[in-house]
Design a protein around this ligand. Structure first.
Ligand code: FEO
Length: 400
């Protein structure tokens, strides 16, 4: 991609990566991504907002050179320091020899270890600090945990443009820069929601706080850090509304206490149903549904485990551990927002029975409120085992 003019004095100089399929190890991206970066030219000074992934340095530098001499860049602004936006910084400092780095106070703590150098000048941007480029001012708006502790927005009032960091972005790549050119809207919306869920889902209250900080700004353009630039004529309003909607949590009046299990021979499944009946006996109006993890979509189950009021999870012991589908489900837990959520482990075993204690260890690591020692039983549950499972369900229900 070459440099593209966004508006008067603002240029997109980022990099497209349409072939990326896995981002940050844990995120799949069906639609590639882009590493967006922008140059803002004032009458007197020039700023570069966001940098780029280290792997694309040469192409990135070529894009910058289409807009200005890198030596004329006065400020390199990092809205947060994650390496997809700061990876090329260390090399760029050798080229942009007159640039000062602008980061938040927390961001300044990360810079040295991200660049492994200290020969740079930093301007620490506090909330509402301004840099005047001449005819364009850049205001910095603190936005902690959107999605890093050091995150901030940069706002150019004269251009009604918000440089939004990762907020409102997505892993979606088309050869066009703007939202008006999206040729596969369904794909974009899928990527936009997926990105929100993965990156901002754990930080909903911070999203609302961030939206509150920008609600009175006149914003016609949002220069995101991934995906299309958003414009007021097209998807800008949609993006802001969706973030507001998705971040507003409404608490159900009905308790949701799902039970997730895997069962090779129906033993753990019988126990799951007995525990469910025990819970229902104490909480008759609660929604207590049992899900065989092998026969349900993992993203649906992930949503259930993260949004429920508490849950039980059951696995037989195979090869001295819980089975992989159950471990995978626990790996989907949003540990930030599920802290102290009641959780119970159970399962059948034949030899040594490590599944239940291992699940308990894992759930304690996630800081869940784990119910005692869980419940495990040998091979096929006897009538007594099922009575005990029912009783465990009753006791677990007392926690709500
Ligand atoms: Fe796109 Fe949080 O980095």
């Amino acid at each position: 991609m070459s440099a593209i003019k966004v508006s008067e004095g603002i240029y997109s100089v980022g990099i497209l990566n349409p072939n990326m399929r896995i981002f940050d190890i844990v995120m799949t991206t069906e639609y590639g991504t882009s590493y967006n970066s922008y140059i803002v030219k004032g009458e007197n000074k020039t700023a570069l907002v966001e940098v780029c992934h280290a792997s694309y340095f040469d192409s990135y530098l070529n894009n910058i050179k289409e807009v200005c001499n890198p030596k004329d860049i006065d400020y390199i602004i990092l809205n947060h320091c994650e390496p997809d936006h700061s990876g090329a910084l260390a090399d760029l400092l050798d080229i942009c020899i007159n640039a000062k780095i602008v980061v938040s106070k927390v961001g300044n703590m990360y810079l040295r270890n991200i660049t492994n150098r200290s020969d740079y000048e930093v301007i620490v941007a506090n909330n509402n600090d301004v840099i005047d480029l001449g005819g364009k001012t850049l205001k910095f708006i603190s936005a902690p945990f959107l999605h890093w502790p050091d995150s901030m927005f940069t706002y150019c009032e004269e251009s009604s443009t918000l440089f939004s960091c990762d907020v409102f972005g997505c892993h979606y790549c088309e050869p066009y820069t703007f939202d008006k050119n999206i040729t596969y809207p369904k794909g974009y919306e899928d990527a936009f929601l997926g990105y929100y869920n993965a990156i901002f889902g754990p930080f909903k209250k911070f999203v609302l706080a961030g939206l509150d900080k920008i609600k009175n700004l006149k914003i016609d353009t949002i220069c995101t850090s991934h995906g299309p630039v958003l414009t007021s004529e097209h998807r800008l309003e949609y993006a802001m509304q969706k973030y507001q909607e998705w971040s507003t949590v409404t608490k159900s009046d009905v308790l949701n206490i799902p039970i997730f299990y895997c069962s090779a021979y129906g033993c753990t499944e019988k126990c799951a149903n007995a525990i469910a009946n025990g819970i229902r006996s104490v909480l008759p109006s609660a929604n207590v549904e049992a899900f065989d993890v092998n026969y349900n979509d993992i993203s649906t189950l992930a949503e259930k485990i993260n949004s429920c009021d508490g849950f039980a999870v059951g696995s037989p012991t195979i090869n001295s551990d819980a089975v992989a589908p159950i471990s995978n489900l626990l790996n989907c837990i949003d540990a930030i927002n599920c802290k102290k959520k009641p959780a119970l482990a159970f399962g059948s075993y034949g030899w040594s029975g490590e599944a239940v204690p291992n699940l308990i260890t894992k759930m304690k690591t996630l800081k869940l409120d784990v119910f005692e020692n869980g419940f495990k039983f040998l091979f096929v549950p006897s009538e007594e085992d099922l009575r005990n499972a029912f009783e465990i369900g009753r006791e677990f229900a007392e926690k709500f």
